[in-house]
Design a protein around this ligand. Sequence first.
Ligand SMILES: *[C@@H]1O[C@H](CO)[C@@H](O)[C@H](O)[C@H]1NC(C)=O
Ligand SMILES: *[C@@H]1O[C@H](CO)[C@@H](O)[C@H](O)[C@H]1NC(C)=O
Ligand SMILES: *[C@@H]1O[C@H](CO)[C@@H](O)[C@H](O)[C@H]1NC(C)=O
Length: 451
Amino acid sequence: MANKAFHSLAVLLATASFSHYTSAAPTGTSTAAAPTALLGYNPANVVVNADTDDIQFAFVPGQTDSAVVGAYLDFNNAENPQPIRGTKGGTDPGPRTEEYDKLNPDKLAPPGTDHGSVANAQWPLGLSHAKLGLDRAGWSRQQNVANLPVALAMAGVDMRLEEGGYRELHWHKAAEWSYVLNGSVRVQAVNEKGETFVDDLNAGDEGGVEFLLVFDDGEFSEDNTFLASEIFARNPKEILSKNFKVPLSAWDDIPAGELFIFPGTKAPKDIAEQNIVGSAGLLPIEESYTYHLSKQAPTFDVEGGSIKIIDPTTFPVASEFSAAIVTVKPGAVREIHWHSTSDEWNFFIAGSARIGIYAAANAAQTFDYHAGDTGYIPKAMTHYVENVGKDDVIFIEVLQADHFSEEDISLGQWLGLTPPQIVMDTLNLTNTTVSAFKKEKQYIVTGDVVE
Ligand SMILES: *[C@@H]1O[C@H](CO)[C@@H](O)[C@H](O)[C@H]1NC(C)=O
Ligand SMILES: *[C@@H]1O[C@H](CO)[C@@H](O)[C@H](O)[C@H]1NC(C)=O
Ligand SMILES: *[C@@H]1O[C@H](CO)[C@@H](O)[C@H](O)[C@H]1NC(C)=O
């Protein structure tokens, strides 16, 4: 196949150079091309195209439709998917890795509405190096500016702790927001007033836990946190002895450095045993570091899916984290919207989706997402999230904002609340079309395309 491909390419090059020499220095052939053939693209030119070259492939539904229709192209079971959309593109004889193309059809054959460039908005944690904990106690994988440069305001980590595993005592400069994906975990904390906190979080019966961490700093790194182990390893034992009023020998067996994730003693079932209280008492309940989101009903439950919002109105301690757990049914779309002051960080828990981002000026690109991928959409850029698979898409939107709904601007609502005449004049739409625009946010719309 590669030889044939090079052959096609050679024919095109030979044609061009042959014409050139023909007009400059006749070689005795009588098939000299007209001089206009030297001037570049002419719609009358016909290249070796998909219908006549030797590359075997099949189009998938929607691929030959007008490119601006831009339907999702499902290449999963396609024979030899090609970078062709409508009348544009051409075959790819290789080299290539077909798996990438099947996972990212909107990169291989973008909708015709894509234009220019938009900063990369997708990072699969499957491409992040795992940081492995000690003695098989767990691991973490992170996304930050090192792998997704546009993500300046937030970074994320997926972390696994086996039963009895610890993420060691630590702190960091960035604020941290967390979501339990699986299993159960006990969280313990002490604040600057000496108030204490301990709670159990559950997302299932599985032993151990997997959770997501989101930080309000794109440069956050798990390699750069303040660790209890290192405080002891990096202070003179003489100072430690004075500080704690214990003999030097007390420090003989302390760890030489970072533990990060390590196996420890299993937490006692009775959480009260770990309820240590000082003179400042327990952390007041309204300042709780945890929120049992699984017990909260969806904020919006619509035909196309549902949204659960958690923001400082219900979880005040996370004063700058507004998040939504969004479920989008197959074919349905989280409507076109944007956020005026905050970037958006995403994590895909289940399903397959695509996000189309419009970024002024005149740039738009579409990115594909699967379970375990992170996403990032800079403020003000419009975006939608379409479920392109057969199962529900479940994903998390995290904003740096103190109120979720006030940070969500719906394109539909904006135009629905604008005098119809203005919308008709601007977009050259009929009165009938404009009258279908709704005055309320839809959040999620069902997957029916009106014919
Ligand atoms: C947790 O993981 C187990 C094992 O993979 C799986 O069977 C279970 O469905 C998961 N639970 C949740 C809540 O995702
Ligand atoms: C749109 O149609 C409605 C009823 O069909 C009419 O009342 C209205 O004036 C029309 N608006 C414009 C801007 O043409
Ligand atoms: C508006 O649409 C009409 C067809 O309904 C077309 O003839 C006209 O050129 C369009 N106007 C602009 C400014 O695109």
